[in-house]
Design a binder for this molecule. Structure first.
Ligand SMILES: [Fe+2]
Length: 209
């Protein structure tokens, strides 16, 4: 057994448009990418700790305080922080607008209209302490708008994330101070709906009975 380190995505190379957005500055992006790299490093570190864990820590496993518990709990923050940010950076750097095609059809089916969906998503982001997510739920066969107060809090089981809005202060404080709503306007103005549509189509392909 040998854990293979996960290599972070080089967004500067694969998505340089992230540093050319109106409304979300290059400085914010530089700092934000550093946080993403930190999550990936902690995921790698945690997996290595689990792999090398001495047997005595299995014997001392305890639900109040134990080495095993501490790593198992906290590694989920690193996992969430890695996946959430890959989703977020992956669909920024676009031109805003509205979704089209199959995704728009699904939104209209599940929420009545794009306008209703947008209002719920924006309000969810305002109410969130960390993330607002859109996920396709394989059991309910519909899109869900979910709230995340941390990288790893309130996930929906058996659902695939297709859109994620980072609302931690680090995502906007340098550009907007406390004006979270203005940041959300900038987020939607820079959202690449084509990527979200692709995320949705990939999610549908994974849907097996
Ligand atoms: Fe973030």
């Amino acid at each position: 057994m040998a854990f293979k380190k996960y290599e972070p995505i080089d967004f500067k190379k694969v998505r340089p448009q992230l540093w050319e957005m109106d409304g979300i500055s290059a400085r914010t992006m530089d700092e934000h990418i550093k946080l993403y790299l930190g999550y990936v490093a902690k995921y790698n570190e945690g997996m290595e700790l689990l792999e090398r864990m001495p047997e005595e820590f299995y014997e001392k496993a305890n639900p109040t305080l134990s080495h095993l518990r501490a790593i198992k709990v906290d590694i989920t923050r690193a996992i969430g922080g890695t996946k959430n940010h890959e989703l977020y950076f992956g669909h920024l750097g676009g031109e805003g607008g509205k979704p089209e095609g199959k995704l728009l059809e699904q939104i209209e089916k599940d929420f009545g209209s794009y306008d209703r969906f947008y209002k719920e998503l924006r309000a969810t982001a305002m109410a969130a302490r960390g993330w607002a997510w859109v996920a396709y739920d394989y059991d309910f066969k519909r899109l869900m708008i979910a709230i995340g107060d941390e990288q790893n809090i309130y996930p929906i089981w058996n659902a695939q994330l297709i859109l994620g809005i980072d609302v931690f202060e680090h995502a906007f404080f340098m550009d907007y101070g406390t004006a979270k709503g203005k940041y959300l306007d900038a987020f939607f103005a820079n959202l690449d709906w084509k990527v979200v549509e692709e995320n949705f189509e990939k999610a549908l392909k994974r849907d097996v009975e």
